[in-house]
Structure formats: structure tokens, C-alpha cells
Design a protein around this ligand. Structure first.
Ligand SMILES: CC(C)(COP(=O)(O)OP(=O)(O)OC[C@H]1O[C@@H](n2cnc3c(N)ncnc32)[C@H](O)[C@@H]1OP(=O)(O)O)[C@@H](O)C(=O)NCCC(=O)NCCS
Length: 216
């Protein structure tokens, strides 16, 4: 087993953050790679054996487990957890108190609001078909949404607050309810400020949201 820590330049790690925490699972490579320009706040625990791109920003008490592959500019709020084996693209924004279960995939520019909870095991403690959801590029998931295992949230879709997602959500639709059903096209949302394509514009999210706005 290799056990190493590789951290890029110009980062800042608060006192009280832990980098390279030993995972309880046996994995072949315990290297923890963190790109340049990170800000890792007090209470954050990054397990050994993950790869995280440049520009990581964590809130307080964030946990990122082993065998995760994470792109550039992840912003993740306090008390959020990414369990093991997930794949996240670039410019993903995760608010506070979010739980991403094992083997979840989140594509570029997706946004998960506070309290989103993701499941990976359809029949708990069985484990044979454990697989998290897939959240496609630029999708937005509202506060306190529950995503059941195996579902796909389509590109640019918007899942309304408090929904329970049991089936796939098509691209570019607004869906909500329990179970969540597609209600209307994102294009048909009415916003008094005219910003429905990018209501959460911030830094790295801008490009992904702009691209969505330009689709034909
Ligand atoms: C789904 C959503 C985008 C719909 O927006 P909207 O079309 O402007 O919503 P409206 O307020 O016009 O509501 C339209 C109808 O849908 C219902 N509705 C809206 N959101 C709902 C939700 N999440 N669950 C169930 N019903 C919902 C409303 O009660 C209303 O029904 P009614 O006509 O019978 O009264 C929005 O309500 C929502 O949930 N946004 C996510 C908020 C969020 O989590 N933000 C995270 C960052 S803080």
C-alpha cells in the first residue's frame, strides 16, 4: 500500500482540519491528491485515497471519504459528507448538510441545495446492487430533496424543494413532489428577475449555466 499526501500550491488548511485520514476499507492506493488553491476549513476530514482538483473550498466539518474522484472548484458547505467511490465533475456546488451516498455521480456545474440526501442501496444492508444516482450537467436539486438509488437527474433539470425522486427526471424539466413528477419545462418557469437559467450564478458555475441558456 502507498500512503501519501500531495497538495497543490497556494492552498490554505485551517488548524483542526485532517488530511489523509485512514479509511476503514482496504484500498490499493492511499494517496490523497488535492489541487492548488484549496481552502480547507476547520473540522474538515479528507480521507486518504481520493483525488480532488484545484480550487477546493470546504465549509466546517465536511467529510470526504476515500476513492472519490472530484474535479476543479468543488464548493461544499458545512456538515456535508461525500461517501466513498463518488465521481464529481468541475464546478459542482454543494450546500450545507448534504449527504452523497457511495457511488454517486455528479456532473459539471450541478448544484445541490442544503439538506439533499442521496441513497445508494435500494434494500439496505443487502449491498448487492448498491449504486448512487447520477446528477447530470447543470442540474439543480432543491432543499431537502431525497434521491433514491439508481435514478438519473437529467441535464439542466430542476428538482423542487422537498421532493422524493424515485424515477429518472428528463433533461431541462422542473419536477417536484413525492414521488417527483415532471411538471413543466425549465424554460417555462417565470422568474421576476428573468434569471431562470442561472439563478445561482457564482464563479465557476457561470459557464455551465450560460451554455444551458444557449441551447437551441
Ligand atoms: C419547483 C419550483 C422551482 C417551482 O417554482 P414555481 O413554478 O415558481 O412555483 P410556484 O410557487 O409558482 O408554485 C406552483 C405550484 O407548484 C406547487 N409547488 C411548488 N414547488 C413545490 C414543491 N417543491 N413541492 C410540491 N409542490 C410545489 C405550489 O404549491 C403551486 O401549487 P398551486 O398552484 O396548487 O398553489 C420551486 O417551488 C422550488 O421548489 N424551488 C427550489 C427552491 C430551493 O430548494 N432552492 C435551493 C436554494 S435556497
Amino acid at each position: 500500500l502507498r500512503e501519501r499526501l500531495i497538495v497543490g500550491l497556494n492552498g490554505y488548511v485551517d488548524d483542526g482540519a485532517i488530511l489523509g485520514y485512514p479509511p476503514p476499507r482496504t484500498i490499493p492506493d492511499l494517496t490523497l491528491r488535492i489541487g492548488a488553491g484549496a481552502h480547507i476549513r476547520v473540522g474538515t476530514i479528507l480521507y486518504a485515497g481520493s483525488t480532488i482538483g484545484d480550487g477546493l473550498k470546504t465549509g466546517h466539518h465536511v467529510v470526504i471519504r476515500e476513492e472519490n474522484t472530484i474535479g476543479r472548484d468543488l464548493s461544499i458547505g458545512h456538515h456535508s459528507t461525500i461517501d466513498y467511490g463518488c465521481v464529481l465533475g468541475d464546478g459542482v456546488k454543494i450546500d450545507s448538510h448534504v449527504y452523497l451516498a457511495q457511488f454517486t455521480r455528479v456532473e459539471d456545474g450541478a448544484f445541490l441545495a442544503s439538506g439533499v440526501t442521496v441513497a445508494s442501496d435500494p434494500h439496505p444492508l443487502c449491498g448487492k446492487c448498491k449504486r448512487g444516482p447520477t446528477i447530470r450537467r447543470g442540474a439543480r436539486v432543491g432543499v431537502n430533496v431525497t434521491l433514491l438509488p439508481h435514478v438519473t437527474i437529467g441535464e439542466g433539470a430542476l428538482v423542487g424543494a422537498g421532493s422524493v425522486v424515485t424515477h429518472n427526471i428528463p433533461p431541462f424539466v422542473v419536477a417536484y413532489g413525492n414521488p417527483a413528477r415532471p411538471i413543466q419545462a425549465v424554460d417555462d418557469l417565470e422568474c421576476p428577475l428573468g434569471m431562470v437559467h442561472r439563478p445561482y450564478v457564482n464563479g465557476q458555475d457561470v459557464k455551465a449555466r450560460s451554455d444551458l441558456g444557449r441551447r437551441s
